[in-house]
Design a protein. Structure first.
Length: 81
């Protein structure tokens, strides 16, 4: 599940082999927010490449579900990346 400040943004099933960019691509397909404008957090830690989705699940103590927090960066800032 991907949660924004206003609550649930989207939910999908992902493979543990997915890279972080694949998770961001799935979010882009679900809600239309470009991957470069996405910042994802697991608790207080921002997820960055080359972290895989499976690594996130391992940190969630083997849970089959993962709740991530979503923050959108301004389009101007995304252009700098």
């Amino acid at each position: 599940r991907i949660n924004g400040l206003g609550g649930l943004l989207c939910s999908f099933t992902a493979s543990t082999t997915w890279a972080l960019n694949e998770v961001k691509d799935a979010i882009e397909q679900a809600v239309g927010i470009p991957a470069l404008e996405q910042r994802l957090f697991d608790g207080m830690e921002e997820l960055v490449e080359p972290m895989s989705f499976g690594e996130c699940l391992c940190r969630a103590f083997g849970s089959a579900e993962l709740d991530l927090s979503f923050v959108r960066r301004p389009p101007e800032q995304a252009q700098w990346l």
